[in-house]
Design a protein around this ligand. Structure first.
Ligand code: CP
Length: 339
C-alpha cells in the first residue's frame, strides 16, 4: 500500500489485510514491552490543520510503538498562520526527510493533492479531510465490529479464513445502522464504503436535511426513521456527532432543532432497550452527550466507544507498517512473533 487516502481504494483483500495486521499489532500491545523496532530510522510527520484528540494522539502513539521518529505539526502556531501554503509546507517536510505524512485538513481532497502533486516522496495517510474521507476511522470501526461480532460467530466469512488465528474474516451478514449527521460526516462516507466492501449491509438514518445529495449512488439503504431501522435488529448502531461547527460555517442553523433531533434521532434509554442482545453501540467521538447519544447509551455495557479508541492505535500501527515498511498488498501479514 503506497498511500491510504480513501476507503474506496481498499479492496476486500486489502481491508482484511489491514484488519489482520492490526490484530497482530494488538496482540503485541498486550505484552510488557510494547515497542517494536519495525520503523526504526523512519520519520512520521503528523500534519494537523484541524483539531483532533483521538486521531492525532493515536497516530503518534502508533508511530512511536513502531519506533519511528515522530514530528507533530499543528497549523496553529506554525507558519501556516502567516499564510504559508500547503505546497510550501509540504516542500519543507520533504526537505526534512519525512518518510510518512499523516494529514488532517479542513479541505476535502487535500491528502490526495499532497500524495499526487509531486511535492513529497513520503507515504501519505488521510487522517480526515473536510466532509470527504476518514479511512482509518472506518478501519478501526470495522476492526471493532469484527472483534465483537464476526470473531464471536455472529456472522462473517472470507476466503482464507483461519479460525485458529482468527484472521481472514470479513463482515458478511452483519447489519450496521449509521445514524445522524451524515451530511457533514467523513466517518459515514468512509464507513459506508469500507463496511460494504467487507460484506456488511449498511443503513444510513438521518433527517432529510442531513442527507447528502447523491446518496442514492452510495452502496447502502437510507432511512428517515430511526425506530423503524432499530426494529430491523441491526448488529451495530453507530451514532454520528452532530457537527454544529460545520453547520455554522455554512452560514445557517439546522433542522431539526437540538430538542427535536434528540427526540427523533437520539439513542436514548427507550431505544437502547430495543436493541438485540448482541448489538454494539459505536460513536467515533467526540460525543455530544444528550444530543445524539444519551449518557446511559454512551456508558452502557454494550457501548464500545472507548474500545474504538484503543483499537485505533493497533489499526494505525498496521496502516503505518503497511505504507512505510510493507511492499504493497502482497506483503505478508506479520505474526506477532515476527514483529
Ligand atoms: N474520531 C475522530 O476523528 O476524533 P478526533 O477528531 O478527536 O480525532
Amino acid at each position: 500500500m503506497r498511500h491510504l487516502l480513501d476507503a474506496r481504494d481498499l479492496t476486500r483483500a486489502d481491508a482484511v489485510q489491514v484488519l489482520d495486521t492490526a490484530a497482530e499489532m494488538a496482540a503485541t500491545q498486550s505484552r510488557e514491552i510494547k515497542k517494536l523496532p519495525t520503523l526504526r530510522g523512519r520519520t512520521v510527520v503528523n500534519l494537523f490543520f484541524e483539531d483532533s484528540t483521538r486521531t492525532r494522539i493515536s497516530f503518534e502513539t502508533a508511530a512511536k510503538r513502531l519506533s519511528a521518529d515522530v514530528i507533530n505539526f499543528s497549523a496553529k502556531g506554525s507558519s501556516v498562520s502567516k499564510g504559508e501554503s500547503l505546497k510550501d509546507t509540504a516542500l519543507t517536510l520533504q526537505a526534512m526527510g519525512a518518510d510518512g505524512i499523516v494529514i488532517r485538513h479542513h479541505a476535502s481532497g487535500a491528502p490526495h493533492l499532497l500524495a499526487h502533486a509531486g511535492w513529497v516522496d513520503a507515504a501519505v495517510v488521510n487522517a480526515g479531510d473536510g466532509t470527504h474521507q476518514h479511512p482509518t476511522q472506518a478501519l478501526l470501526d470495522a476492526f471493532t465490529i469484527r472483534r465483537h461480532l464476526a470473531d464471536r460467530g455472529v456472522a462473517g466469512s472470507g476466503e482464507g479464513f483461519d479460525a485458529r488465528r482468527g484472521v481472514g474474516k470479513d463482515l458478511a451478514g452483519l447489519k450496521v445502522a449509521i445514524v445522524g449527521d451524515v451530511l457533514h460526516s467523513r466517518v459515514a462516507r468512509s464507513n459506508v464504503q469500507l463496511l460494504t466492501t467487507l460484506g456488511a449491509e449498511v443503513t444510513l438514518v438521518a433527517p432529510p436535511t442531513l442527507v447528502p445529495v447523491g446518496v442514492g449512488t452510495w452502496p447502502c439503504t437510507v432511512s428517515y426513521d430511526l425506530d423503524a431501522t432499530l426494529a430491523e435488529r441491526p448488529d451495530a448502531v453507530m451514532m454520528l456527532r452532530v457537527q454544529r461547527e460545520r453547520m455554522s460555517a455554512a452560514g445557517g442553523g439546522y433542522f431539526p432543532s437540538p430538542l427535536e433531533y434528540s427526540r427523533l434521532y437520539g439513542l436514548d434509554q427507550r431505544r437502547l432497550a430495543t436493541l438485540a442482545e448482541h448489538a454494539v453501540i459505536m460513536h467515533p467521538g467526540p460525543m455530544n452527550r444528550g444530543l445524539e447519544i444519551s449518557a446511559q447509551a454512551a456508558d452502557a455495557a454494550r457501548s464500545v466507544v472507548v474500545e474504538q479508541v484503543s483499537n485505533g492505535v493497533a489499526v494505525r500501527m498496521a496502516v503505518l507498517y503497511l505504507t512505510l515498511a510493507g511492499s504493497g498488498t502482497a506483503a505478508p501479514v506479520p505474526t506477532s512473533k515476527e514483529l
